[in-house]
Design a protein around this ligand. Structure first.
Ligand code: T1G
Length: 697
């Protein structure tokens, strides 16, 4: 879209809601407008800007994988900008991402608002800037800063961009007006093309980047290729470097690592939509009350304060509130010390948090989140009081991680307003938020919970009400099988190595030691779980807990730890305990292969997820993948357990499970949905099942 020339300046607008993505549909009119501007003698310069206060969110990723690739594409548009007979100024505000930033680099000059967000996020999609970014950025801002932007994928604001030389001016007011005024001064002047600039080589920066980059086989394929492209910006002529960039971009676009990351990008956004299609009406939490000032309550309060919500933390004893206040102040101070928060921002956030010893603080707020001790009777008592105190329409949530949300809702007169909000610790950091839908939770309550998740920067996923919801129910099966493998002869360090090599940050035993083995121990002994453990589980963890070996917090668990050091050290005592229990339980010891370990640890995730989908505990396969990426550290470049299962082949998984079932019994009976998918008529993948189930919805 363009407007008639004003004082010789034609304004061309990228207008393609919601993010001004650049695809054939949005680029075609831009090319047409550019052609008109070229032939209009009244036009001496062109300004390019984005509608609705944002420049562009980058190439339209929904067009990736379409054969043949839709044209015109971002590169076509940039080529037209560079060959324009008239100078072009980009007016940058809002998002200037990926192909959007590359388009801006195809212009002669860039004027930005101070708050503009400029980034090359392609690396987070398993890609690299494929429209000249790896060739133009080094010519404009140098190798080192280009590598930082391209390999980091994070935004710089206008001020930082000006300092880097990425933009030429900062607009003090209206960025479009500033760009037009700047463009007026260009009449008759020579073009300024970045592609004609000479880049400076920087061997040290390239070497440092190669040193830091992940190996291709551990999710670093895009990083490796991007560094190659940036290096060639200094060793090859522009046109050749551009061609090499294009080849590598096409390679990455076809890679499993990029497809997996794109799957998660869209699955995360799909998860934010209510599964039952209820309208996600606008809902903003302005005030909240958190009941309980422990680790979770404090973390949740910080998450709310960080999002601008006025929050009151309630606890019975003033000294508990003082402790919570000191912990939160310390957390903010540490963040400020790292330069990630200004003192003003820290004080503003602390100023949003108040403290009370009475539940009356829940009387007139939008949302109440209960985060008291994980004991059903205590929670029920809190909700009985909340039912009496909170004004009608207040959203009532429990942060429970193991208890029955229906039993909690049942003690209130308003079960339709009750949901679970299962935060992951630390709640002010971990991005996953499982929204537990009770049998009587209203669609509005679920939609409001999803809106709240987005408001506090969490990735919200709706889960049905069962023991462990989506994530922990799957985790239980994985950890149980890992313990069986240990009894059969695989030491903890071998199992943890296999899982780390797969791409997790930690294996199951190091994770258990970090979280505390006593947590599971208490649940297994407790009466509150929705259902007691089903079937056999290894007695090794209980034996360790009975010895007081709770993990890092006691200096020993599955591993031992030197004082003040978190490095897990294999401990022969654990082997002795395991061998004794195996002997007592008649379990033959043997050498277990890495391949068997990987399958027996990860297939239970897939099998339990298949059951959850069948039961409606999880609404979509992508929801399960999002839970595991954001809540459990599943390697994002593998796309989550179900995306990974699709890449292995469901039929292969079912065949392997049948063999494990023959040896190890019914724990390994494949879920009905897996068997269905494995049969040719089943469509063969979770991806296909999602499409079919959505179509049937
Ligand atoms: N392509 C297609 N759809 C997109 C999109 C994109 N680039 N960005 C967002 N959407 C959709 C999104 O799926 C959602 O759809 C809606 O827009 C709102 O998104 C050539 C190859 C821009 C910061 O990686 O980071 O350029 O769910 O909820 O919170 O070298 O979207 O409504 O149906 O996220 O306001 C590089 C990705 C592409 C940026 C806005 N660009 N997007 O956040 O809205 S590759 C990116 C974002 C590239 C070049 C390469 C965010 C945002 P629906 P949203 P938001």
């Amino acid at each position: 879209m363009s407007t008639a020339a004003r004082d010789g300046v034609a304004v061309i607008t990228i207008d393609y809601p919601p993010v001004n993505a650049l695809g054939a549909t949005s680029i075609a009119p831009l090319l047409a407008a550019l052609t008109i501007a070229q032939s209009d003698p009244a036009v001496t310069a062109v300004v390019l800007h984005g509608a609705n206060g944002t420049f562009s969110g980058g190439a339209d990723m929904r067009g990736f994988g379409v054969v043949p690739p839709p044209r015109p594409n971002t590169r076509d548009f940039i080529e037209a900008l560079e060959t324009s007979t008239k100078p072009i100024v980009a007016a940058l505000e809002g998002n200037v991402l990926g192909g959007g930033l590359e388009v801006a680099l195809g212009c002669d000059y860039r004027i930005a608002s101070p708050g503009a967000r400029m980034a090359f996020p392609e690396i987070k999609r398993g890609l690299l800037p494929g429209a000249g970014g790896t060739q133009r950025a080094p010519r404009l801002i140098g190798i080192k800063e280009s590598l930082a932007m391209i390999l980091g994928g994070d935004p710089v604001d206008g001020i930082r961009a000006k300092a880097l030389g990425l933009v030429d001016e900062i607009a003090s007011a209206d960025v479009l007006e500033a760009a037009i005024a700047f463009a007026r001064t260009l009449a008759g002047k020579a073009r300024r093309r970045i592609s004609e600039m000479a880049p400076q080589h920087d061997a040290a920066a390239l070497a440092a980047a190669r040193e830091r980059a992940q190996p291709a086989e551990r999710g670093g394929l895009a990083e490796q290729r991007a560094i190659d492209c940036v290096e060639e910006a200094t060793t090859l002529p522009f046109a050749e470097g551009l061609a090499r960039e294009r080849d590598r971009f096409v390679e990455l676009l076809g890679s499993e690592q990029s497809k997996a990351r794109l799957h998660i990008f869209f699955a995360e956004r799909e998860a934010a939509k209510p599964p039952d299609g209820a309208p996600a009406g606008p809902f903003t939490v302005r005030t909240a009350t958190i009941i309980g000032s422990g680790t979770m309550g404090g973390g949740i309060a910080m998450a709310c304060a960080n999002a601008g919500i006025a929050v009151t933390v309630v606890d019975l004893k003033p000294e508990l509130l003082e402790r919570a206040k000191a912990i939160m102040s310390g957390n903010y101070a540490a963040t400020m010390k790292k330069g990630r928060l200004t003192e003003a921002e820290m004080n503003a956030r602390l100023g949003r948090i108040s403290y009370a010893t009475s539940l009356d603080a829940a009387a007139d707020v939008d949302l109440v989140i209960e985060a008291v001790f994980e004991e059903m009777e205590i929670k029920k008592d809190v909700f009985r009081q909340l039912d009496r105190i909170a004004k009608p329409g207040t959203m009532l949530a429990s942060n429970t991680s193991t208890l029955d949300i229906d039993a909690i809702a049942a003690v209130t007169s308003r079960p339709q307003d009750v949901v679970g909000l299962h935060f992951f610790s630390p709640a002010n950091v971990m991005r996953l938020l499982e929204i537990v839908r009770g049998a009587r939770s209203s669609p509005e309550a679920i939609a409001r919970a999803l809106a709240f998740a987005k408001q506090v920067g969490k990735v919200g996923v709706v889960a049905g009400n069962c023991d462990g919801f989506i994530g922990n129910r799957m985790l239980h099966q994985y950890f149980r099988e890992a313990a069986f493998l240990m009894e059969e002869g695989a030491p903890p360090q071998q199992i943890d190595r296999v899982i780390k090599d797969f791409g997790f940050a930690m294996g199951p035993f190091a994770t258990g030691d970090l979280a505390g083995l006593d947590v599971g121990w208490r649940i297994r002994k407790g009466k509150n779980a929705i259902s007691p453990p089903v079937g056999r589980y290894s007695r090794v963890a209980d034996a360790l807990c009975e010895l007081g070996r709770f993990g890092q917090k006691t200096g020993a668990g599955y591993y031992r730890y030197e004082p003040g050091n978190r490095t897990p050290i294999p401990d022969p005592m654990v082997d002795e305990i395991t061998e004794r229990i195996a002997r007592e339980d008649g379990i033959a010891r043997r050498t277990v292969s890495d391949d068997e370990i990987l399958k027996r640890c990860l297939y239970p995730l897939v099998n339990e997820a298949a059951k959850e989908l069948d039961e409606g505990i999880a609404a979509r396969p992508g929801d399960v993948d999002v839970v595991w990426i954001y809540g459990y550290g599943f390697p994002v470049w593998r796309g989550g357990p179900l995306r990974w299962a699709d890449s292995i082949g469901i039929a292969t998984i079912v065949d392997d499970m049948r063999e494990f079932e023959r040896v190890h019994g019914s724990n390994w009976t494949p879920a009905a949905l897996l068997v269905e998918l494995a049969q040719t008529g089943g469509g063969g993948t979770f991806g296909a099942w999602k499409a079919r189930s959505t179509a049937n919805a």
